[in-house]
Design a protein around this ligand. Sequence first.
Ligand code: 4AD
Ligand code: MG
Length: 431
Amino acid sequence: MQKIYISDLKNFIGQEITLKGWLYNKRSSGKVKFIILRDGTGYLQCVYFKGSVTPEVFELCDKVTQESSIEVTGRVKEEPRAVGGFELDGVDLKIISLSQEYPITPKEHGIEFLMDNRHLWLRSSRQVAIMKVRHRIIKAIRDFFDNKGFVLMDSPILTPAACEGTSTLFETEYFDLGKAYLTQSGQLYAEAGALALGKVYTFGPTFRAEKSKTRRHLTEFWMVEPEVAFNDLNDNMDLIEEFIEYVVQTVIADREEELKVLERDLTSLKNCKRPFPRISYDDAVEILKKNNIDFQYGNDLGGTDETIISNQFDRPVLVHRYPQEVKAFYMKRDPENANLALAVDVLAPEGVGEIIGGSQREDNLDLLLERIKEHDLPQEAFEWYLDLRRYGSVPHAGFGLGLERTVGWICGLEHVRETIPFPRMIYRNTP
Ligand code: 4AD
Ligand code: MG
């Protein structure tokens, strides 16, 4: 038999059909019972009238509990006032599995309780909406790069060395070979890919043993990292702008319903069109000074600083040319000022802060060797990476976009913990 989902109902108006799913909610008013069915694709109000169904079915309507799995049969009606625009005139109801005391009731629960029950919390309409937006963002990201002729090239998760500094590495024993580390970024491998394929992107989980307990930090998060041979910092910024505009505009057009469930005001996101403001680190410091922030020139921008800077603009802002001391070893120095790295961070508006970090890469062998020494990194582990500068080195650039921060921004969420199905944070690795 053909499986029918709530999202298909427009094709079955006037017909008697059977649907399977779970009881989301129910209410009763004497001679009528209302059962809200959910099946992942949507919600459907099923109405059972006392006279039109058997007494057994009518009784079952009372017996069936929240989150029981059920099968409903009835005739599909258009009903503009009902959720989803349809209603089922119920004739039959079967319980597949009766749910006993489902822990998440419609009352308010504390966040720790919900996080402990994340495997069940995912069934709520809000979490379902977030997961659907997340999925659409992932698809938009892939479509953007695929349509531009980039090749998706996966990078390893177990790696022999650090990419983004040694302080946030998760380590593990690796047979007779000593230690291996969970990757912080696929970038170094993406660089090898760019020199093989021209334009590539990696898209996968990355890991940081971040001690920070903030609303922006996970220990396991997903990052997309494009890398392009012959791109310089300006090309990189052009690509970033086009990319963000595409992702935001595609997702808000295609996930309007879910964003409404999340009560997301779309004004700011609709505004997210090129060109975006581009300011230097020096300009950013000026903004902080004007806002009476006691900021030491040369420091990295902190979360609060980023919020203040991004609040000055109505769309994402690109901050470029940071002091080299606060940036990674692989970044190329500005030929105009060797104290600066050709870096670019993107700060999202509405107080979201950094969603992208990127740069032009150091393509000179001797300079890169110097940086590896300055950063106290083990040269042997980077020999393969240095080969990329020994054999046909070219200027190249790329960036990394954090998926969860992007989901949080587009969905208008306060904390990244709801942006990924099973978040990993300093104080949480379950369920
Ligand atoms: O700025 P980051 O550290 O840059 C890199 O890893 C580069 N290798 C990227 C590249 O050039 N290919 O991280 C990039 C982005 C951040 O802007 C942020 O969105 C996200 O990854 N991110 C995190 N998201 C959640 N939790 C964390 N702990 C994160 N750390 C970084
Ligand atoms: Mg960064």
